[in-house]
Design a protein around this ligand. Structure first.
Ligand SMILES: *Cc1c(COP(=O)(O)O)cnc(C)c1O
Length: 382
């Protein structure tokens, strides 16, 4: 066997690390922001029946245009969207890759606002797109002024806004998205992977789509929909954007089995999303209880909480893992991230953390997230 460094690999991939959230078999996995509730049994039975029916036809290629699924996503999203506005792929990561293949590439630049989703730079490098990390405001917020100032400085071809932001949980105001859109002639992507966990009544970037043909809003079934293992993500945009994505997708990229399974899940969206209220409640409980334990949780509109005040994140991560509880060290000094699980899982986490002892007091362990967090190292997060 040879080694990676001896292969004639592309120069721009040399020395890179792959996405690598630890996958360890533990009883309480609160590390990659999945919905930890299983798919309801009757929904699972319907999905199995639909997949079984699809197996009967797998000697043929699937519908390349996945029209039925696009129609179902359009209906689910509402906002007067139709199938012509919808794209889908094997996870929203593949949707983002299609966007970079179509609108990025050599000589072009993607701007994200750090710390943010660790896959953005990886997807950029895979498509030969340069990635620049812009700064946020204090507490990981992103004001229109800061977002636009970074945009002016870096002059990117594509801007990606994660709303709410992973790994910080920070919700993003529509005014920032509007300001970014108005300030660039390029593509503006809003990654709404966690949209379903936002409080009721908070508008989605979908409301901004009319009249903004360069605005793309991506969603996923991996989080609220409890469908991470099926690998389905989707996007809403102007039909011309969908035409652009058709140019780069592989033929028949969504298998007949994936289409059948996703159609089953969307058909039961009310049941699939029935746990969202409870997960939000557990998230709010995490914020309250982490503060009571002496940590500094950050505002979250998602299904996870980033908290500071951790003396030694690696040690705390390992101590919890020893107790069968997996959370996430995202590489932000003195911080850890935890997914809101079921009530029992969330309780197990809070009790185990409390048993590790109180964190050091404020003056001993400053929540040292700098005001401007441009270079905060973020290893990987889902
Ligand atoms: C989890 C996550 C996704 C979802 O990725 P899939 O490929 O759909 O599983 C996308 N964006 C962000 C910010 C995420 O945290």
């Amino acid at each position: 066997m040879t080694s990676l460094s001896k292969l004639p690999i592309r120069d721009d991939l040399r020395g890179r690390s792959p996405y690598g959230a630890p996958q360890r078999p533990v009883p309480v996995a609160l590390n990659v922001n999945e919905n930890t509730h299983p798919v309801p049994e009757d929904v699972a039975a319907d999905i199995v029946a639909r997949v079984a029916a699809a197996v009967g036809g797998v000697n043929r290629y699937p519908d390349r245009e996945f029209t039925e699924l696009r129609t179902a996503f359009a209906r689910y999203l509402g906002h007067d969207l139709t199938a012509e506005n919808i794209w889908a792929a094997n996870g929203s990561n593949e949707v983002l890759q299609h966007i970079l293949q179509a609108f990025g590439g050599p000589g072009r630049t993607l701007l994200g606002y750090a710390p943010t989703y660790s896959m953005y730079p990886l997807l950029a490098s895979g498509t030969g797109t340069a990635y620049v990390a812009g700064a946020r405001d204090a507490d990981y917020e992103l004001s229109p002024e800061t977002a636009v100032a970074e945009l002016r400085e870096h002059d990117p071809d594509i801007v990606i806004l994660c709303s709410p932001n992973n790994p910080t949980g920070t919700p993003l105001g529509l005014e920032t998205i509007e300001a970014v859109y108005d300030a660039t002639p390029g593509i503006v992507v809003v990654d709404e992977a966690y949209a379903e966990f936002m409080p009721d009544g908070v508008p989605s970037a979908l409301t901004l789509l009319p009249g903004r043909p360069r605005l793309l809003v991506s969603r996923t079934m991996s989080k609220a929909f409890a469908f991470a293992g099926a690998r389905v993500g989707y996007l809403a945009a102007d039909p011309a954007v969908i035409d652009a994505l058709r140019l780069v997708r592989l033929p028949y990229h969504l298998s007949a089995l994936t289409q059948a399974a996703a159609l089953g899940a969307v058909a039961h969206s009310d049941e699939m999303l029935a746990t969202v209220g409870d997960i939000r409640h557990q998230r709010d409980r995490l914020v309250t209880e982490l503060a009571r334990l002496g940590y500094t949780p950050h505002r979250s509109g998602s299904n996870f909480v980033l908290f500071g005040g951790v003396d030694d994140p690696h040690a705390t991560f390992e101590a919890l893992a020893e107790r069968g509880i997996l959370i996430r060290d995202v590489g932000i000094p003195h911080h850890l991230r935890v997914t809101a699980g079921t009530e029992a899982e969330t309780t197990a986490f809070l009790e185990a953390l409390a048993a590790l002892g109180r964190p050091a007091q404020d003056d001993a362990v400053a929540d040292d997230a700098p005001d401007r967090v441009r270079n905060a190292p973020v290893d990987s997060d889902a």
